[in-house]
Design a protein. Structure first.
Length: 182
């Protein structure tokens, strides 16, 4: 109740809707989703559930602001900033979690769920201010292989100084270390 949740890779809103109901009217869910078809269903699900505590952001997440190509292999939820040799794609806006939250006036978060098809490493690099200034918990899909094995091999060392980390079935679960909270 009352938490600020960031849903990175909100897709059609299954987690967004559940989280919004849990945090209640005193909490907020920032649902970040770049893909236009998923976004349509995300908005429909938020409206159908009469959720006024959800902020939808139509951007991809990366380590800096700009534009990148989002590739599709045809399945809902199967969009990535990394594929593309034989896939269709189109240009999207990308930004950092730090920039997005700062523009929304949000400076601390309680929970971040991230499943962005291999872009998790870059997105975390663009979230370091938020991660340092928040006593948050993380659940990160880190089983994607972007050419160097599963992404958790890079994510765990990236977060180790700030978080206690467990990896289960390719998901990184992280809780802020007491000594690292500022």
């Amino acid at each position: 109740e009352g938490d600020i949740v960031v849903d990175c890779g909100a897709n059609i809103g299954i987690f967004t809707v559940k989280a919004a109901k849990i945090v209640g009217e005193n909490g907020k869910v920032i649902a970040i989703e770049p893909e236009k078809r998923n976004l349509k269903f995300l908005k429909m699900n938020v409206e159908a559930n009469k959720l006024e505590n959800v902020i939808i952001v139509q951007k991809g997440l990366w380590s800096k602001r700009g534009q990148m190509k989002l590739y599709s292999e045809g399945n809902t939820g199967d969009y990535s900033l990394f594929r593309g040799k034989e896939c269709d794609g189109y240009t999207i806006e990308v930004d950092t979690i730090d920039n997005i939250l700062n523009e929304l006036g949000i400076h601390k978060v309680d929970f971040i769920k991230m499943d962005i098809e291999g872009a998790e490493i870059e997105a975390l690099k663009g979230a370091m201010i938020t991660l340092k200034n928040s006593n948050c918990k993380l659940a990160i899909a880190a089983y994607h292989d972007i050419g160097h094995g599963p992404t958790y091999r890079v994510i765990v060392p990236l977060l180790r100084d700030l978080f206690e980390i467990k990896v289960r079935e390719g998901i990184v679960y992280a809780t802020k270390r007491e000594s690292s909270f500022e």
